[in-house]
Design a protein around this ligand. Structure first.
Ligand code: UD1
Length: 356
């Protein structure tokens, strides 16, 4: 069987790293990888391929830094050409980015079957770019691999029940697989000590594209940074906006660093006090590291962690108390599978394609 996997953004490189390992364990699958180019800076893309041992993709489309429509449109055009040429049995998609949506549209119009890894997540408001992407992709997917029970239920509410598999979360697989290799050197490099710092990541358009909202968030961060060290691996989009809106003054006390590779971010997170983030994947990785996360979003696609009162949804104008308060919760058993999601996914696909 032949699979074309489509990647474009950081979280997809992370997911592919572990699924690809599982694919490579079998003789039955040939995998071709397309990188749309959505993330392209060295420390947003290349570094993940290097540190997670993912071979350079056969195709790199070099499409990035434009409106959703232009990027998605250009990606569809190029992905379609490759799919016509490669003739795969299946297109493998991850998550909820514009690259995911482009792959889904190109494949479904060519009647090529689609497997969606991280299916069934839902989040308010429905107008979020990621929410639009993931719900459209789930509509046209033939195999829906869900990371949690809640995501299976979400699909069932929408009458999507065929080939819906509770696989667990591939990011948890990678976390366990890479745990021994986490890189702690950054802690010393930044003169940090265990639990004396929080880590913040921020990149969502709703938080960084409006000067008003970004300023409200950074004011709180500035306050927190007077009490506790704040390490801020900064997304290029956020960096551009802070400069454009002239908000650097709020970062006076903040340790601003370039985006980190996976192993360094996990090493840093395992030793932090708390996490502040608007990233979907990172709020869950914080939980894998047994750290609480304050989520700067109105809602999250990982609602289990809210229900279990591990993570907290925070108002962007009032989160400093939540960040500075002591952690009181006991780590609960894992909500995202047994660390064998990739294996279940690959086995399910092999069985399906052998049986037809
Ligand atoms: C994208 C995904 C989001 C995911 C995130 C992970 C969509 C709609 N969003 O958001 O789901 O959580 O990736 O990081 O697909 N930029 C650079 N260098 C890069 C990458 C981006 O400078 O390597 C800048 C560009 O100005 C670009 C902007 O960041 O226009 C936004 O990038 P984009 O990929 O559109 O969205 P993300 O915010 O990264």
């Amino acid at each position: 069987m032949k699979i074309v996997s489509i990647l474009g953004a950081r979280p997809q490189f992370i997911k592919e790293a572990i699924v690809q390992k599982e694919i490579n364990r079998t003789d039955n699958i040939e995998e071709i990888v397309i990188h749309t180019g959505q993330h392209y800076d060295k420390n947003m893309s290349d570094i993940f391929f290097k540190t997670l041992n993912i071979p350079i993709p056969k195709y790199n489309l070099g499409i990035h830094s434009d409106t959703h429509g232009i990027m998605t449109g250009k990606m569809i055009i190029e992905i379609e050409k490759i799919l016509i040429n490669e003739k795969p049995n299946l297109v493998l998609l991850y998550g909820d980015t514009d690259s995911t949506l482009a792959g889904a549209i190109a494949a479904s119009k060519l009647n090529i079957e689609i497997a969606h890894v991280e299916a069934g997540l839902r989040q308010e408001p429905k107008t979020l770019p990621e929410e639009i992407n993931r719900s459209l992709v789930d509509r046209v997917s033939n195999f829906l691999f869900c990371p949690s029970e809640l995501s299976v239920n979400n699909l069932s509410i929408e009458n999507i029940t065929k080939n819906v598999v509770l696989s667990g979360d591939v990011m948890y697989d990678l976390f366990l697989y890479m745990k021994d290799k986490f890189d702690y050197s950054i802690i010393e490099k930044l003169h940090l000590r265990e639990k004396d710092y929080v880590i913040m990541t921020l990149h969502r358009d709703v938080n960084v594209d409006s000067k008003k909202t970004l300023e409200i968030i950074l004011k709180q961060i500035s306050f927190i940074s007077n009490q506790l060290k704040v390490v801020f691996p900064i997304h290029p989009r956020t960096k551009k906006r802070i400069t454009q809106f002239d908000l650097e003054k709020y970062l006076y006390n903040v340790i601003v660093i370039e985006p980190l590779d996976y192993l360094s971010l996990m090493g840093l997170t395992e030793n932090c006090f708390k996490v502040i983030t608007d990233s979907g994947g990172y709020q869950k990785e914080a939980y894998f590291c047994e750290k609480e996360a304050c989520i700067l979003m109105q809602d999250t696609a990982w609602r289990e962690l809210i229900q279990y009162k591990w993570n907290k949804i925070c108002d962007v104008s009032n989160f400093k108390e939540t960040v500075l308060s002591n952690c009181s919760k006991k780590y609960i058993s894992n909500l995202y599978g047994e660390g064998n999601a990739s294996k279940l996914i690959v086995n399910y696909l092999i069985q399906h394609y052998v049986s037809i």
